[in-house]
Write a protein that binds this ligand. Structure first.
Ligand code: SF4
Length: 388
C-alpha cells in the first residue's frame, strides 16, 4: 500500500450513459415479508417489490442457510446420506443463482459463511431424527383445498394478502430458520417477534384457505422448537394492519409521493436496510446525523487517491468524506476486487458510497464481507409511478 499514485480523472472523461432506473409502483398485494418491511419504512417496502432493486442488494448467506434447511426438512430424508445429498444440492442451487449477481458472488465459498458447517451438521441431524411429527395428509370433508402443504402460495383478504408458509397441516403452521437469535443480542426479542408476526399472517392465509391451525412453530436447524397457540383475533388484527399498510402505501404512490414522503429513516429502520446505497432519503438523513450514524456506518466521499495493489485483488482508495464525517481527514479504505468490485477505473474525483462498513478501534472505517461500495454515477435512480 506504500505505492500511491494519482490516475487521470476518469470521472471527468467518462461519458455516463443513462443511469439505470428502478420503477416503483403500487403493489397488488402484501405478504409477511412485505409487511415486515412496511412496518419499518414504506419506501423500503416499495423497493422490495421492485425487481430492478434486487441487483443492488447484498443478500445474506444466513437466509440461504434457512432456505437450505427448509428444503431439507421438506424432503424428509430417511438417512444421513440422503440428507447430505439434499443439503448439498440445495446449496449448489443457491450458489448457482448467486454467481451471476454482482454483489452476492462474493459468497462463492459456503465453507466461509458464518456457522456453515455447524448449521449443516445440525440441520442434517434434525432432518434425520425428525424434530417434527409426520404431517397430516388428510383433505377436508368435501373440500378441494389441501390441509397440508409446503411452500404453497395462499391468498387471503380478497387476494390482498399472499404468502407461502414453509409447512402446514391441519394442526400447525411451521417456519424453518437456520438459527434462532442469540438471546444476548439486543435485537433478539424483536427478531423473534418478527417471526411470530410472520406466522400470524400465515395462520390467516391457511385459515381462509382451509382450516385454522391450532399451533404455530418456529423450528431451528439446531432442533430447537418454539411453539405458541394460534391466537385468532391477534392473527386477524395483524392481517388487517398489513392490508391497511398496503393500502396506505399504494395511496401515497397514487398521490405522487416520492422517496422523501415515503421514507421514515432512522437508526433502527435503516440499520439493516439493504437499500441504503440507492435510497436518497437515507443519504439526506446521514447528513443530519453525528458520526457514526449506524453500528455499520455508511459514508459518502470523493476519491482522492488510488493504490491499485500488487496481487490483482487487494487495492485501496483514499476518500475525502462529505460534511462533518470528513473532519477526521482523508480515509484510506482497503478493498478486494473479489469482494467489493473494482473502483480503480472510476478515477479521481469520482463520488463513492460505502455502506455496511465496520468501524476500527481508531474510529476509521474498514470494509469487510458485508460492506458494499459503489460509484454514484453507476447507481440507479428511483422512478415513482402512480399506478401499476
Ligand atoms: S435506507 Fe432507511 S429510509 Fe431508505 S428505504 Fe431503507 S429504511 Fe427506508
Amino acid at each position: 500500500m506504500e505505492l500511491r499514485f494519482r490516475v487521470r480523472s476518469a470521472a471527468a472523461a467518462r461519458v455516463v450513459a443513462g443511469r439505470p432506473r428502478i420503477r416503483i409502483r403500487p403493489a397488488a398485494r402484501t405478504s409477511p415479508t412485505l409487511w415486515a418491511q412496511m412496518r419499518l419504512c414504506a419506501l423500503r417496502a416499495a423497493l422490495s417489490t421492485a425487481k430492478e432493486a434486487e441487483g443492488w442488494v447484498l443478500h445474506s448467506p444466513r437466509a440461504w442457510l434457512g432456505t437450505a434447511f427448509h428444503v431439507l426438512m421438506a424432503a424428509r430424508p430417511s438417512d444421513a446420506g440422503e440428507a447430505e445429498r439434499v443439503w448439498d444440492t440445495a446449496i449448489a442451487g443457491l450458489l448457482a443463482a448467486s454467481s451471476g449477481h454482482r454483489l452476492d458472488k462474493r459468497f462463492a465459498s459456503p465453507e466461509r459463511w458464518p456457522g456453515y458447517y455447524l448449521v449443516r451438521q445440525r440441520a442434517i441431524a434434525s432432518a434425520v431424527q425428525g424434530v417434527l411429527p409426520p404431517a397430516s395428509a388428510r383433505l377436508p370433508a368435501g373440500g378441494r383445498r389441501p390441509l397440508r402443504g409446503t411452500e404453497l402460495l395462499l391468498t387471503a383478504r380478497d387476494g390482498l394478502l399472499a404468502g407461502r408458509p414453509d409447512e402446514f397441516d391441519r394442526q400447525s403452521v411451521t417456519e424453518f430458520k437456520s438459527a434462532l437469535p442469540d438471546p444476548a443480542w439486543p435485537e433478539a426479542e424483536s427478531l423473534t417477534e418478527g417471526y411470530w408476526r410472520q406466522l400470524r399472517l400465515y395462520a390467516v392465509l391457511i385459515g381462509e384457505t382451509a382450516e385454522w391451525p391450532a399451533v404455530a412453530r418456529i423450528v431451528a436447524a439446531s432442533g430447537q422448537v418454539l411453539t405458541r397457540d394460534v391466537d385468532r383475533p391477534a392473527c386477524e388484527a395483524e392481517a388487517d394492519a398489513a392490508v391497511a399498510g398496503l393500502r396506505a402505501m399504494n395511496e401515497a404512490l397514487g398521490h405522487g409521493s416520492g422517496s422523501a414522503q415515503l421514507a421514515t429513516p432512522g437508526e433502527i429502520e435503516c440499520g439493516q436496510c439493504q437499500y441504503q446505497a440507492i435510497c436518497p432519503a437515507f443519504w439526506s438523513w446521514c447528513e443530519t446525523m453525528s458520526w457514526p450514524q449506524l453500528r455499520q456506518p455508511a459514508a459518502r466521499g470523493i476519491i482522492e487517491a488510488i493504490d491499485p495493489g500488487v496481487d490483482g485483488d487487494v487495492y485501496a482508495v483514499t476518500l475525502r468524506l462529505d460534511g462533518r464525517h470528513g473532519e477526521g481527514g482523508p480515509l484510506p479504505l482497503a478493498l478486494r476486487r473479489s469482494v467489493h468490485g473494482d473502483l480503480t477505473g472510476c478515477g479521481l474525483g469520482a463520488q463513492i458510497r460505502v455502506v455496511h462498513a465496520q468501524m476500527r478501534q481508531d474510529g476509521r472505517l474498514r470494509a469487510d464481507m458485508s460492506t458494499c461500495v459503489f460509484a454514484e454515477d453507476e447507481l440507479p435512480e428511483l422512478e415513482f409511478r402512480r399506478s401499476a
